[in-house]
Design a protein around this ligand. Structure first.
Ligand SMILES: [Zn+2]
Length: 265
């Protein structure tokens, strides 16, 4: 694993912990502390739209929903250096598998049906859940796949282009207790601010990272993130990357919203 990224993850994590705990006497990590390989930290980078890199706690690099040309700067396969790439559905802002390099590609759909995954890479488990791109059982925009990652005690869900009005009991059961929820909020082709708010309430995650919404770079007409953030516990990180310290997460159900800046600009 790249030591520079480890250092970044460690520092981001320490900074967030300090910000989150400013009222108690936990002292933040000293900036000149030795860099140790912290197995309890995962690192997430948002590229824009539904594309993320997750560096799991065991170093496995997972890239979700790689976009093609949609206004953002498309990173190279070498930059991404993915071990695993997931594709929620076959729309061009989600399935640019030309960026996979040597990664194992998990396409959630094939031949108009779901493909079911439950695989382990190193100490990281990745499994899929069936869902729809719309609120009419796929009649308008087809099928979609949710991917769930289990790594180092963290459970992270990427909803892809989720479009349903509500999650079914089976979907909720499969999702389980989600720590970090990556959820589309920009409407038009997916759930919008109100729809995403309802889904967050159903899942009750510790943290929410909104995705798939309008930004200055995006050439697809979506709604901005503002409506989703209104009246909620949201924090703009001013960064594309965030580290999760599994020992210092917000409480289950608190649904703290962390807003990232897209790296692909
Ligand atoms: Zn789509």
């Amino acid at each position: 694993m790249n030591i520079r990224y480890l250092a970044l993850a460690f520092l981001f994590s320490a900074g967030l912990l300090a910000a989150a705990c400013s009222d108690d006497d936990a002292s933040p990590q000293a900036p000149d502390a030795p860099i140790i390989e912290d197995r309890g930290t995962a690192e997430l980078t948002w590229w824009g739209q539904a594309m993320f890199t997750l560096v799991a706690t065991d170093g496995t690099r997972i890239v979700f929903d790689p976009y093609s040309e949609i206004g953002y700067q498309v990173p190279t396969a070498e930059e991404l250096a993915a071990d695993v790439m997931t594709v929620s559905h076959e729309h061009p802002d989600h399935n640019n598998v030309a960026l996979a390099g040597n990664a194992t590609v998990l396409r959630g759909l094939a031949d108009g049906d779901w493909v079911h995954f439950d695989e382990t890479f190193g100490d990281t488990r990745i499994f899929s859940i069936e869902s729809f791109h719309d609120r009419s059982n796929g009649a308008e925009r087809g099928l979609n796949t949710i991917f769930v990652i289990e790594t180092g005690g963290l459970r992270i869900a990427h909803l892809g282009d989720f479009g349903e009005l509500e999650l079914t009991a089976d979907q909720l059961d499969d999702l389980g207790a989600i720590d970090v929820l990556l959820i589309p909020v920009g409407g038009v082709f997916t759930i919008d601010a109100a729809g995403a708010t309802a889904i967050v309430e159903q899942i009750g995650p510790r943290m929410v990272i909104p995705m798939h919404y309008a930004t200055p770079s995006l050439s697809i007409g979506l709604e901005a993130v503002d409506a989703f953030l209104e009246g909620k516990n949201a924090r703009e990180l001013g960064s594309s990357t965030v580290g999760f310290d599994v020992d210092a997460l917000p409480a289950p159900g608190s649904a703290e919203i962390w807003v990232l800046d897209p790296a692909g600009v």
